[in-house]
Design a protein around this ligand. Structure first.
Ligand code: MRU
Length: 350
């Protein structure tokens, strides 16, 4: 399986997603600060992977703590959690993972555990979050493969693959599971300007798996749909609001509108950790605005003239009315989402 992130001894190792596919370089983070920087600078990206990295970074930071006594230890813990929470605002998996770590800390502290014991429990929780994510992706794949017909040409946007999760992928997990079932599947990957997650990362990991992959620019999706060359769209998500509105990589909304126009099913594949019932609708999802340089430059080469104004919102919101179904590890949920997504958590707890 692809090595997205791993905890080895006293370092967290991540494949540098800024460098793929040209170079396969591994970044070794020794402190919580280094892990936070890796998230902010997109060494690691993708909602579930960000959550796993934050959990491991918090646990690593507390392992290295030299705090004298639980009170100072708790102050350090809060500071590290705040630092992680400030890295990227849109993917709710980040906040979900931080909350899980906070829950473990609170339980351990309440039971009178020593600082070493609390640090051990945090490390175990971070590994659990990692392993659960892989298991959830595999379950999601099994569920979602049912909507992929044999011979399907599946359009995807950004990278919701092994690299964006602890392994296997959400949208690409659905593709992988369909292929494992013996279906012939061809993937059409939007290149996904400006960070090129589709052209670089989706194509890289699918080709490694021997899956038929065609890269297109975003502007080609509409004409390909019109020509009858796309059967299905499957994308990932960074945050799904209680009413089903879904934030994902900028450009997803356009794909959804196009799919609707051409009567092509549009599915979102995401674990329950991406569903945020405390956010009522897409209007309430914070959208990250990233550095202008991602637009003005490719590498060191400048594309735009000095003086041109730049916008760089990294995500958009697809209204729930364009979404055929939300594929999760607990099943596929359909409209009305306000009811079905609430039910998803009730069955998850049972
Ligand atoms: O800015 P990124 O690369 O972190 O954005 C990633 C996406 O938008 C993915 O589609 C989403 O996180 C789902 S990953 C399983």
């Amino acid at each position: 399986m692809l090595p997205t992130i791993d905890w080895q001894g006293d370092v967290i190792v991540m494949v540098d997603q800024r460098k793929l596919p040209g170079q396969e370089i591994y970044v070794r983070s020794r402190t919580a600060q280094e892990v936070a920087r890796a998230i902010r600078t997109m060494v690691i990206r993708g909602a579930p992977a960000i959550g796993v990295a934050a959990a491991m970074g918090i646990a690593l930071g507390m392992r290295r703590s030299t705090a004298k006594g639980t009170r100072q230890f708790a102050v350090e813990f809060q500071k590290i959690c705040d630092m992680m929470a400030a890295t990227r605002p849109t993917a709710v998996n980040l906040f979900w993972a931080i909350d899980r770590m906070k829950g473990v800390f609170a339980d351990a502290a309440q039971s009178g555990a020593s600082t070493e014991e609390i640090a051990d429990r945090l490390a175990r929780e971070a590994r659990r979050i990692h392993d659960e994510d892989v298991a959830n992706c595999r379950a999601m794949g099994g569920v979602g493969a049912a909507v992929v017909p044999d011979g399907a040409r599946v359009l995807t946007h950004c990278n919701a693959g092994a690299l964006a999760t602890a392994g296997y992928g959400s949208a690409l997990g659905v593709v992988r599971a369909a292929v494992e079932q013996g279906k012939r599947v061809a993937v059409v990957a939007d290149e996904t300007r400006p960070f090129l997650q589709g052209a670089r990362l989706t194509a890289w990991e699918l080709i490694r798996d021997g899956i038929n992959t065609t890269v297109i620019t975003e502007s080609m999706a509409g004409p390909l749909m019109r020509a009858g060359d796309i059967d299905l769209v499957v994308v990932g998500a960074d945050r799904i609001a209680a009413n089903g509105d879904t934030a994902n990589k900028i450009g997803t909304y356009t794909v959804a509108v196009l799919a609707h126009e051409h009567k092509i099913p549009f599915y979102v594949a995401a674990p329950l950790s991406t569903i945020d019932l405390s956010t009522a609708s897409g209007d309430d999802i914070p959208i990250e605005e990233r550095d202008q340089r991602e637009i003005t430059h490719i590498g060191s080469a400048r594309l735009t003239p000095e003086g041109a104004k730049i916008r760089n919102p990294a995500f958009d919101v697809t209204p729930h009315r364009y979404i055929t179904g939300i594929i999760t590890e607990k099943g596929i949920f359909t409209a009305p989402y306000t009811e079905s997504l609430k039910r998803a958590f009730e069955t998850a707890v049972a």
